[in-house]
Ligand binder design. Structure first.
Ligand SMILES: *Cc1c(COP(=O)(O)O)cnc(C)c1O
Length: 385
């Protein structure tokens, strides 16, 4: 059994595993049963039922996910958006005010700005790198502050430590989407965040064959999220729990290879004559480099870059690469490329997109675990004539 001092590599394999093993099986079996024999449960939330996310298969996964971020508790959900929306709805009530970082994942952006106001919740943005501006945004009804560890698609890292401290100081619930970093590179509870949210569809599962989410944090807050999840119903099926539990075991080896590959590729791109700019916090020239290095154990597997020659040149590169597949999403073992202006940020008005720095010629790459040399050789031919 892994204890809290074990390294993350060890926890990925051993934390949460049942003791004694079930039927001596090295891999815990899937409890593919929607309901369980009544054992005198006192409350609704304690009835063993698949939607309540409390089958033995769920319990094992939850214990492992919590251990990865040194947190007390975790809840798996049916998608990253289920984790995010359920967590927000468990924290916020009518009349509350929410502060969100000014560059959010698209689905989160439209949920907080298009849906929450209809339920009487107001929302304002804050600049993640300008702590002096935050105080003026807080109102008596401000309840929570919501950030992302690494923003998409410009791969920026804000003043995360200051955000958690600010929330503590003002009595706000601090929430952070940690999808892009993964627990290998950043563990929000260790820096004082109350709730860490993941699209487990991405790095946690890592194999591009499953949709899932996770909420990780204190026992008290995760219990509230779990209670809300029991009502909203975004639970993860036992078979998908099993697949996520299988996928996550290799997170550390995958993530280290992705950190390494992305750093190599970022350096290659930065030196290439037709590349106008590269966004990767691991580059010494990057404006977030010092801060990201202080906060994170690795700079991640996501980068973006612009080629000179505008949209056509960018489209040509995306068409010419042979190894990375043109697709949205990220965090899998295979490299993917996308132009965010045509995918993740396509729904934004062009002016808003430009203001956010997302140009039509920006290319985002989710770096996989292929050999760095092969990826670089491929990018080199794609950037050539
Ligand atoms: C993909 C993603 C989500 C949404 O997750 P789903 O599993 O697609 O619901 C949320 N946040 C970030 C940062 C993501 O990349």
């Amino acid at each position: 059994m892994a204890d809290s001092n074990s390294s993350i590599e060890t926890k990925l394999i051993h934390a949460g595993e049942p003791e004694p093993r079930i039927g001596d099986a090295i891999v815990p079996p899937i409890f593919q049963s929607s309901t369980f024999e009544y054992q005198g449960a006192g409350s609704y939330d304690d009835i063993r039922y698949a939607r309540m996310s409390n089958t033995p298969t769920h319990d094992i996964l939850h214990a492992k996910l919590a251990a990865l971020e040194n947190a007390e508790a975790a809840l798996a959900t049916s998608s990253g958006m289920a984790a995010i929306t359920t967590a927000l709805l468990s924290v916020l009530r009518q009349g509350d005010h929410l502060l969100v970082q000014d560059c959010l994942y698209g689905g989160t952006h439209s949920f907080v700005f298009d849906d929450l106001p209809g339920w009487g919740i107001t929302v304002d943005t804050f600049n993640g790198t300008d702590p002096d501006s935050w105080g003026a945004l807080v109102r008596p009804e401000t309840k929570a502050i919501y950030a992302e560890t690494i923003t998409n698609p410009l791969i920026q890292v804000g003043e995360l430590e200051a955000i958690a401290a600010f929330a503590k100081d003002r009595g706000l619930v601090s929430m952070i989407d940690n999808t892009f970093a993964s627990p290998v590179n950043f563990r929000p509870p260790e820096w004082g965040f109350d709730l860490s949210l993941h699209s487990a569809t991405k790095y946690l599962n890592g194999h591009t064959d499953l949709a899932a989410g996770a909420v990780i944090g204190s026992a008290k807050l995760v219990k509230d999220v779990h209670h809300m999840a029991n009502h909203l119903g975004g639970s993860l099926d036992a078979h998908a729990c099993f697949l996520l539990h299988r996928g996550v075991k290799t997170l550390a080896v995958r993530m280290r290879q992705q950190n390494h590959n992305a750093a190599r590729i970022a350096e290659f791109l930065e030196a290439h004559p037709i590349v106008a700019s590269v966004n990767y916090p691991g580059l010494e020239s990057n404006r977030d480099h010092q801060r990201a290095g202080r906060l994170m154990d690795g700079f991640g597997g996501m980068l973006s870059f612009e080629v000179s020659g505008g949209v056509e040149a960018a489209q040509r590169v995306v068409r010419k690469v042979r190894l990375p597949i043109e697709a949205p999403s990220l965090g899998g073992v295979e490299s993917l490329v996308t132009r965010p202006s045509t995918t993740s940020h396509a729904g934004m008005p062009p002016e808003a997109r430009a203001a956010a720095g997302v140009t039509d010629s920006l290319i985002r790459m989710s770096v996989g675990i292929e050999a760095a040399d092969d990826l670089i050789a491929d990018l080199d031919q794609a950037l050539g004539d």
